[in-house]
Design a protein around this ligand. Structure first.
Ligand SMILES: NC(=O)C1=CN([C@@H]2O[C@H](COP(=O)(O)OP(=O)(O)OC[C@H]3O[C@@H](n4cnc5c(N)ncnc54)[C@H](OP(=O)(O)O)[C@@H]3O)[C@@H](O)[C@H]2O)C=CC1
Ligand SMILES: CC[C@](O)(C(C)=O)C(=O)O
Ligand SMILES: [Mg+2]
Ligand SMILES: [Mg+2]
Length: 397
């Protein structure tokens, strides 16, 4: 029954990478030359692709049709420990894929209520963290990174021979001096890290597309750990998967989210908006010229076709200025990125995360700071602008 809902929601006929590459219009000569180069060599479901001169292995969903996934995991129980953004996305996708999945969270906490709202049933497929860890054969550690450390002394006794320990971040294992998470040596320890929010892990699965994820193996006791990791990556909703290591994943992830993905973008938007306001521009003009046009018009073009395409879709005037100023921004930002990478590598960012997110009041404390962003004039103006988008009837959603 669950399997049927998956086939309706997310057809397994995923577009292949090469089909995707051909589908995207690439007008430049450079792009045409790249498209003409041999793209892929396929062997046993894995491909070696040329990423701008570096050869890398990728895995695709097309190689793991639903029936094969269901057969592969027919004797497994996925114990999803934690029900935050990733627990929600990965858990519902596993469930819709017809796999045997249970959720483990703190009884009557925030996540427990969310899980009940998503249709998990107490006593049937919703348990406490310990109960789920005991029942599961594949323990998916999707607690917050701080809670993974705090809960490790309770959880490690359930990591028994024959089970698999799964993470979506290299954090706990790589920063073991700080987290104390040292898995027993007789189990497979694997990672699949979706490169996007758990919310889009879910929405892209429902749309029939799929998020990109990275995979890595920390311990291969079964001799099949990489195959299992790739299968899990597809089962949780990935469209394509690339290989990494626990170390590389956590360093790049902590760096990226503090940089261009989240911290950097807020800082850059805010600086541009503030200068416009200091020079007498209205909030709506400052917001439109900083955020709305970026997010609704230009960045989607970059996402679909690349930066050069977006440049070519803008005026010759804009192109001249952007080409001239991009190196200035690069120069100004590079030292900040260097400092950030160092702070990730030396464990400073890990310490800060563990200290903050292990507070009993972590939810309210984060809420205060994100509410303060929402209260900035820029985002209050954004709230009004979003309500003006056609079809929203004057309301932000
Ligand atoms: N968010 C994302 O999209 C991505 C996350 N990841 C990784 O996935 C993992 C999960 O992240 P995410 O889904 O964001 O979840 P969060 O970091 O938001 O963690 C939330 C979960 O941890 C539980 N939790 C927090 N503190 C405790 C505690 N002291 N004891 C027991 N449970 C606790 C919460 O339960 P309660 O409600 O009861 O507090 C909740 O279920 C992390 O390793 C993260 O780095 C990877 C890729 C993207
Ligand atoms: C960018 C933030 C992220 O790394 C993610 C959604 O990939 C996270 O930790 O949530
Ligand atoms: Mg992250
Ligand atoms: Mg990430």
């Amino acid at each position: 029954m669950r399997a049927a809902s998956r086939s309706a929601a997310a057809p397994s006929a995923a577009r292949s990478l090469s089909a995707l590459a051909q589908a995207a219009p690439r007008p430049s000569l450079k792009a045409q030359a790249q498209a003409a180069a041999p793209l892929a060599v396929q062997s046993r479901g894995m491909k070696t692709l040329d990423f701008a001169g570096s050869k890398e292995v990728v895995y695709e969903r097309a190689d793991w049709p639903l029936e094969k996934l269901q057969d592969y995991f027919k004797n497994d129980t996925f114990a999803l420990l934690g029900y935050g953004s990733q627990g929600h996305g990965q858990g519902l996708n596993l469930r819709d894929n017809g796999l045997n999945v249970i959720v483990g969270v703190r009884k009557d906490g925030h996540s427990w209520k969310e899980a009940v709202a998503d249709g998990w049933v107490p006593g049937k497929n919703l348990f406490t963290v310990e109960e789920a860890a005991e029942k599961g054969t594949i323990l998916m550690n999707l607690l917050s990174d701080a809670a993974q450390s705090e809960q490790w002394s309770n959880l490690k006794k359930y990591c028994t021979k024959g089970k698999t320990l799964y993470f979506s971040h290299g954090f706990s294992v790589v920063y073991k001096e700080q987290t104390g998470v040292i898995p027993p040596t007789d189990i497979d320890v694997i990672l699949c890290a979706p490169k996007g929010s758990g919310r889009t892990v879910r929405t892209q699965f429902l749309a029939g597309t799929g998020i990109n994820s990275s995979v890595a193996v920390h311990q291969d006791v079964s001799g099949k750990a990489m195959e299992k990791t790739v299968a899990m990556g597809i089962a949780v909703g990935s469209g394509y998967i690339y290989e990494t290591t626990f170390e590389k994943e956590v360093y790049s992830d902590l760096y990226g989210e503090r940089g261009c993905l989240m911290g950097g973008i807020q800082g850059m938007f805010k600086a541009q908006y503030d200068v416009l306001r200091e020079n007498g521009h209205s909030p709506s003009e400052a917001f439109n010229e900083t955020c709305e046009e970026a997010l609704m018009s230009l960045y989607p073009l970059v996402g679909e076709h690349g930066m050069d395409y977006m440049y070519k879709a803008c005026s010759t005037t804009a192109r001249r200025g952007a080409l001239d100023w991009a190196p200035e921004f690069e120069k100004a930002n590079k030292p900040v990125f260097e400092r950030l990478y160092k702070s990730v590598r030396d464990g400073t960012e890990t310490k800060r995360t563990l200290d903050f997110a292990s507070r009993k009041t972590y939810r309210e404390d984060y809420e205060k700071e994100t509410d303060a962003i929402a209260a900035q004039e820029m985002w209050r103006a954004g709230h009004v602008v979003r309500g003006l988008r056609p079809g929203r009837g004057g309301k932000d959603i």
